[in-house]
Design a protein around this ligand. Structure first.
Ligand code: AR6
Length: 167
């Protein structure tokens, strides 16, 4: 199982082998983490999305592209359920983390930075989003040694810290 670490900050600054993106099923960029990754990674990330995902990506699934100008080598894009639109299946949210670890294993990734999928624009309640992240990332067999859960603000940091304390 990966070792989990909690850090606060901007995921685009992480120098892990791969960073996970909270994408949407169109896979052509967006706001939040997705916007930040495409801005910092540059046009190669979008070009690779277009080539590798001509029909986009299903909710709960994950797939990789180059990381362009980021310090990381890969971006692993995953599509969280949109809680605001009534997609409230916890299993689908857990699948985002499980599939991201599977893709990381395919790439030989040993260190991974992940945001709280669905906890922003998609509106998943913060504590539950943190609980699903910690339960799934800490409970899934993987060759990834270190997972850095990146909390963007104090509230996210506290939610992940509480989830880790219970784990
Ligand atoms: N680094 C780390 N965490 C961040 C950053 C950052 N740079 N920016 C935001 N967060 P979100 P979602 C936090 O909205 O809810 C996009 O338009 C944020 O505070 O990025 O899965 C996509 O294209 C929150 O805790 O992703 C989709 O359409 C968490 O990251 C949609 O938004 C996730 O927030 C996906 O929405």
């Amino acid at each position: 199982m990966p070792r989990l670490e909690l850090v606060r900050g901007d995921i685009t600054r992480e120098a892990t082998d791969a960073v996970v993106n909270a994408a949407n099923s169109a896979m052509r960029g967006g706001g939040g983490v997705d916007g930040a990754i495409h801005r910092a990674g540059g046009p190669r990330v979008l070009a690779d999305c277009v080539t590798r995902f001509p029909r986009g990506l299903a909710t709960g699934d994950a797939g990789w592209t180059t990381a362009g100008d980021l310090a990381a080598h890969w971006v692993i894009h995953t599509v969280g359920p949109n809680y605001r639109r009534g997609e409230r299946d916890r299993g689908l949210l857990a699948s985002c983390y499980r599939r991201s670890l599977e893709v990381a294993d395919e790439l030989g990734v040993r260190s991974l930075a992940v945001p709280l999928i669905s906890a922003g624009i998609y509106g998943w309640p913060l504590q539950d989003a943190a609980d699903v992240a910690v339960e799934t990332l800490g409970g899934t067999a993987s060759l990834v040694r270190e997972v850095r859960i990146v909390a963007f603000d104090g509230a996210a940091h506290d939610a992940v810290a509480a989830a880790l304390a219970r784990a």
